[in-house]
Design a protein around this ligand. Structure first.
Ligand code: MN
Length: 483
């Protein structure tokens, strides 16, 4: 049964003569494999994790492929924590840290090749004839600097790991979750959460290599925004999806993909925080909000938002709203330095927004009252926080404990977004008609330095005047393709 490769209903049959013919006459060319230059980074991280859990078995899966429809899957992306610790990109792989006297041995359990030795080579949709050459266990080991073993050997390891001395990163691999539950059904959730938060908190401080990865992703994102500006007409409508597609082309060409679904919100769509349907069209005279980020080759992602006037010039009211948001963002950036509380940056940004809302005549109470903890009515128009950590995940470090993130202090090497916004819903009867359907967000990615922060996305304009000049210059330069 194991050798019975799956055949789809639309696949032709396999007559015996054909099977025999396909089983011979193939050459095996050697594959040149060299260790990835970033291997020492992954090893260093595994050593930190090892120290946090002496004597325990740690199980961190890559995750399984997800069905899109019938026999087609979504493009696979490895689990972020797994990738952070291994550099491996394959589905179903599982990193196991096995305790030894002096620490842990790291073993990567991973799929074997469906190479030419069995009919899977040409019959299975995971066969190499279908998907291309994959690595042998030895080749993968050489490339990742990590001991490898066949996925088939994982079961006994899971079954043999000591109850109460094993932790699994759950929710990625159904087979691993099920196997561990089978021998330890009363596993306590806090132990599992501890593994997740330790890894998340390891990721808070980015080293030089990681900052270089983020910078590369952000630089590609800057080029992507330029590409989009160059095809955005000032005097006629185009589909939001044209802009999404142009940016997506840049993301696939210069990086791995987009780091999250691009938000391209024209006019009132700009007030919908996660507008990813992108079914609208641009309208001259309205604003266009674009929240887009390239995920680089090593899976670090940018997260950048710009709001531009489609016809090239802000109206006085659009400019007033834009300038409030910009002032809020600038105040946040000015406040960022090591030792400052994450919550205080939030408060700084929101205070500027609340003052702006007061100036627009919208706040029903004083700025101070609106800012008090038991009011926060200004949030009707600000909706979200000032920003979040950024890394391999667009919302990085999301399992970190509150005391080290939302309630914690910033440290040198943190990378975070600063992204205040103002959003006036089309159906909001508490704002004047001319504000309804206006949404503005400005989002940049900054790294905390010894005495402040550095804006990694300063390749894009931020002030209203700079945005107008930049948009005009891009249009003047004309459309371009990556490459
Ligand atoms: Mn963001």
């Amino acid at each position: 049964m194991a050798e019975q490769a799956k055949t789809e209903s639309h696949d032709p049959d396999f007559p015996e003569a054909f099977l025999q013919f396909m089983r011979s006459g193939w050459r095996e060319d050697p594959l040149a494999v060299t260790p990835l230059p970033e291997v020492p980074n992954y090893a260093k991280r595994r050593a930190v994790l090892s120290e946090a859990f002496p004597g325990e078995t740690l199980i961190i899966p890559s995750g399984n492929e997800k069905v899109r429809a019938n026999d087609t899957d979504y493009p696979f992306r490895p689990g972020s924590d797994f990738f952070y610790l291994t550099g491996d990109r394959d589905p179903d792989s599982v990193l196991v840290l096995l305790p030894t006297g002096a620490g842990h041995d790291a073993v990567l359990f991973t799929r074997e090749r469906n190479s030419k030795e069995t009919d899977r080579f040409f019959r299975d949709r995971n066969g190499e004839l279908w998907i291309g050459r994959t690595h042998t266990l030895g080749e993968k080991s050489a490339e990742l600097g990590l001991e490898t073993a066949s996925l088939g050997a994982l079961g006994p390891v899971l079954a043999g790991s000591a109850p109460g001395r094993t932790r699994v990163l759950r929710g990625f691999d159904v087979n691993v979750d099920r196997a561990v539950l089978a021998y330890e059904p009363d596993r306590s959730a806090p132990r599992e959460r501890e593994l997740a938060w330790v890894i998340s908190e390891m990721k808070l401080v980015k080293d030089e290599w990681e900052i270089a990865q983020l910078q590369a992703a952000i630089d590609a994102t800057v080029r992507g925004f330029e590409d989009v500006a160059r095809v955005l007409p000032a005097d006629r409508s185009v589909k939001e999806r044209l802009l999404e597609g142009v940016f997506g082309l840049r993301a696939r060409h210069d990086g791995n993909d987009v780091g999250y679904s691009s938000i391209v919100g024209s006019g009132p769509h700009a007030t919908i925080l996660h507008w990813v349907r992108n079914t609208g069209v641009t309208t001259p005279g309205e604003l266009l909000l674009m929240d887009m980020g390239v995920e680089g080759d090593n899976l670090y992602t940018a997260d950048v938002t710009r709001t531009v006037p489609v016809n090239g010039t802000f109206t006085p009211l659009q400019r007033q709203v834009y300038d409030i948001v910009h002032a809020s963002q600038q105040a946040g950036m000015d406040a960022i330095r090591p030792g400052v509380k994450f919550k205080d940056i939030h408060r700084t940004c929101m205070h500027v927004l609340a003052e702006g809302l007061h100036d627009l005549g919208l706040l029903p109470v004083s700025v101070d009252e609106a800012m008090s903890e038991n009011s926060t009515v200004y949030r009707r128009w600000t909706l979200h926080g000032f920003g979040h950590m950024l890394g391999i995940d667009v919302h990085d470090c999301s399992n970190a404990r509150g005391q080290n993130y939302r309630d914690g202090e910033l440290k040198e090497g943190y990378v975070l977004t600063v992204e205040p916004g103002l959003y006036f819903q089309p159906e909001d009867d508490l704002v004047p008609a001319e504000l309804r359907g206006v949404g503005v967000r400005i989002e940049d990615d900054v790294v905390v330095t010894a005495d402040g922060c550095r804006n990694l996305s300063d390749g894009l304009p931020r002030t209203s005047a700079e945005v107008e000049t930049w948009l005009a210059a891009q249009r003047e330069a004309g459309p371009r393709l990556p490459g």
